[in-house]
Design a protein around this ligand. Sequence first.
Ligand SMILES: *[C@@H]1O[C@H](CO)[C@@H](O)[C@H](O)[C@H]1NC(C)=O
Ligand SMILES: *[C@@H]1O[C@H](CO)[C@@H](O)[C@H](O)[C@H]1NC(C)=O
Ligand SMILES: *[C@@H]1O[C@H](CO)[C@@H](O)[C@H](O)[C@H]1NC(C)=O
Ligand SMILES: *[C@@H]1O[C@H](CO)[C@@H](O)[C@H](O)[C@H]1NC(C)=O
Ligand SMILES: CC(=O)N[C@H]1CO[C@H](CO)[C@@H](O)[C@@H]1O
Length: 486
Amino acid sequence: MVRGGTGATGAVSTVDGGLKFLSFVLCAVLLSGTSILALPTPLEGTVVVSNSSSIASGSTTTSAIPASETVAPASDDPNYVMWNTTTTSDSSVQAVRIGSTSSETVNLQPMRGTLGTTILGQQNMALQAQNPDTLAPPTTDSGVIPGGNIKWPMTLSPMRLQTGGWARQQNINQMPIATSMAGVDMRLEAGAIRELHWHKTAEWAYVLSGSMQVTSVDQDGRNFLGNVGPGDLWYFPPGIPHSLQATNEDPNGAEFLLVFDNGDFSDDSTFQLTDWLAHTPKEVIAKNFGTSLSAWDELPGKELYIFPGNSPSPDAQAVEDPYGQVPNPFTFKMSNMTATPLAGGSVKIVDSRTFPAATAIAVAEVTVEPGGMRELHWHPTQDEWTYYLSGTARVTEFASSSTAQTFDFQAGDVGFVPATYGHYVENIANETLHFLEIFNTDIFQDVSLSQWLALIPPQLVQAHLQISNETIASFNKTKQVVVGPN
Ligand SMILES: *[C@@H]1O[C@H](CO)[C@@H](O)[C@H](O)[C@H]1NC(C)=O
Ligand SMILES: *[C@@H]1O[C@H](CO)[C@@H](O)[C@H](O)[C@H]1NC(C)=O
Ligand SMILES: *[C@@H]1O[C@H](CO)[C@@H](O)[C@H](O)[C@H]1NC(C)=O
Ligand SMILES: *[C@@H]1O[C@H](CO)[C@@H](O)[C@H](O)[C@H]1NC(C)=O
Ligand SMILES: CC(=O)N[C@H]1CO[C@H](CO)[C@@H](O)[C@@H]1O
């Protein structure tokens, strides 16, 4: 049984600690008038003491009143995820609780410890199974992220079905908080073309499957043709026209993720070649190109958007161009980059330092092994648009003002983290978690909580957190990025 009593696990009982703890509680009750019941778990005969024996026993070294004596200690409840994502048709699953090695029967119900109870009304078990931290939030959660949910499953985006492919998108209509970036998931059969077009925003892409050939010409008449495969990128600056075509290197064609540096972007309102010409007098078209009117007899009467085509040769070269090639290639072979190994996974960072054309979008491609976690961190000035490629993640976003909300993500979900919001990304499943952190910026930046605390005077950290000198000394001065299992 998963409910209840998690706070007693590993508890240490001491008389000193007990008195100290009770005085904290009394103090908190007197000061705030809140009920002692609001504090989850610890009062089950044992008393929980943090691992700060040097502080608890040290009456000799205190030079200042520890800050936390004005506030009750945080609950020792580890607030594990309540179940993994195994689904069944009825209301229970055999699941492995995170942090436990034994299999237990878990109710997919809004219950955590002694809090909550079953749902008597309507239930969507599949969604409940996928969102344990929404149905039974950690007791550390409080309030909601201003601006709305930060999770959008691409599955909920309507598909635009075309001959030769499809597209679906997430923009501010789906997730209003995500004002700074939008995304499109697009599939092209071998040879199929996403027609020649341009738009106000930059376009960045990550190839999910198959191979693509892309072309472009810049404002100075310099052209570009490039081929990319799974895990590779392309980038087109705002307003620069381009084409996207799947090759037949994979007989299924290709699928890719597009990201735009404006949440307002819609792939339904790009500037398309056929749409423009269908809305231009033919006399003007003929005059513009210096041709007869009849040369345009078969011109499509409306836009094509996605349509079938013959597969281009993967060996194709750019057309001979008197102005030369674009100075910075519009594609980048990220698949051909060695990931930086980390304690709990790996990371590849690609921004304008490595992919000079990509001045408006940067990416960190992250893997997290089971039990590992993208460390507690934030991005100082840029919002993060996250795309989950595989695995299952738990993310809590801290929005300041005692506001924190936890979400769970599966492959195909979009996440969003406003700039400056503290967060972590924990692998809560038994397979590698793989995701992309995408930013509308030229240079990737993050601030690591543990690095910060390792690089300021330890007394200052101790005054805040009531942790031992040894604990502080163990904080690594190097950014960990992805930590391993504890
Ligand atoms: C979820 O629980 C089931 C049943 O115990 C187990 O077979 C499966 O491996 C677990 N999945 C994860 C991701 O831990
Ligand atoms: C996780 O997967 C490994 C390898 O497949 C397996 O040995 C292990 O029992 C799994 N653990 C859980 C908790 O399902
Ligand atoms: C912990 O470190 C502080 C200085 O940062 C020192 O004054 C104190 O004696 C140390 N405490 C112990 C138990 O080592
Ligand atoms: C600190 O982190 C770095 C990078 O992960 C690692 O190589 C090093 O061993 C760590 N140092 C300590 C003292 O744990
Ligand atoms: C890691 C990796 O795949 N490296 C390859 C990148 O591409 C060059 C040639 O273009 C190969 O020589 C490397 O092995």
